[in-house]
Every structure is written in C-alpha cells, then in structure tokens.
Design a binder for this molecule. Structure first.
Ligand code: ZN
Length: 170
C-alpha cells in the first residue's frame, strides 16, 4: 500500500468509535499513529541501509513483534493505575497496526509466519512495467483502485462526521 494508510487509520478511528458506542480517549491519534507508524522504517531503509532489502522485513512490519508489544502493553496497563478507557485506546492503536499489516499484505508482502519462516506473504504479485519507475507499476495496477476506495470512504466519513458535529453545535 502506497498512499492509503493514513485514510485507513481514519476509517479505523471512525469504526472503533461507532462499534464501541462511546468516545475513546485519543482514539483518532491512536488510530492515525498506528496506521502510519510501521512505515517510518522507510527512514532506515533509505538513509541507513541504502535500500538493501525489502523494508517489510524490518521488525515494525513483523506481526510477532506487535503481538509481543500487545502482551507487554496490556500487562503494563493492567498493572498501572491508568483508567480502563485507555485499554480501548491501546486496542485502537493495535487494531490500526493490524490493518496496516493486512493492507501491506495485498501487494507488498508481510512475514506473517516469522520466525517459522521469512516468506513475505502477499495476495497479488504486481508485474513490473519495464522502463518505468517501480511506482508506475503499482499506480497503474488494478489494486491501486483499493487505495482510491479507501480514500473515498475516509473522505465520506470525514464529511459526514463534520456535518454531524456542526449540527450538534446548534
Ligand atoms: Zn507498511
């Protein structure tokens, strides 16, 4: 996924609040940060490792790492005296991370079974358009329509939410 992680995070935020039926503290921040956080490994990818391997092999793109973070995080929250509603905030963050990894599994590939094996599992292999930048192969592939759909749904939710809030002010 190239462009749609941010709007996917917004959809996660809207979905989680609608599903829980309550306001979750810092839910939007948790969802948006979770949606884009794994791709900060691109800094390492470009600036340190000089694109030596697929950036989906960094630990922030590996599900078992986030499973460990989930266990440690909920343990910490349970032992500390923070309000129970922050469990929901953390859940929103983790769900957003999970959605990021699922979206990256469409064409990018995720090591879902690591450490059992290091295969990057993906649903669709995008053929390279010879003579063009690698980005063109993805933008002109049908899977890019999924990204546009996510942008569309997120925009719709944003507009509806904005109108709803405006009405509530009166
Ligand atoms: Zn990613």
């Amino acid at each position: 996924m190239i462009t749609a992680h941010l709007p996917a995070g917004y959809c996660v935020f809207q979905g989680c609040e609608a599903f829980s039926g309550r306001l979750i503290p810092y839910a939007m921040a948790a969802a948006i940060i979770g949606a884009i956080l794994p791709d900060f490994d691109l800094l390492l990818f470009y600036l340190v490792d000089n694109r030596a391997f697929n950036h989906h092999r960094y630990w922030v793109h590996i599900p078992i790492f986030w499973a460990a973070i989930a266990v440690l995080g909920f343990l910490f929250l349970s032992l500390s005296k923070v309000h129970k509603s922050y469990h929901l905030t953390f859940s929103v963050f983790l769900f957003s991370i999970f959605v990021h990894l699922c979206l990256d599994s469409i064409v990018g590939g995720i090591m879902w079974l690591y450490p059992l094996n290091d295969t990057l599992y993906k649903f669709v292999v995008v053929p390279r358009i010879e003579g063009y930048h690698w980005l063109a192969s993805f933008i002109f592939h049908w899977t890019f329509l999924l990204e546009l759909m996510i942008w569309f749904v997120a925009s719709l939710l944003f507009i509806l939410n904005f109108k709803h809030k405006k009405r509530a002010e009166y």
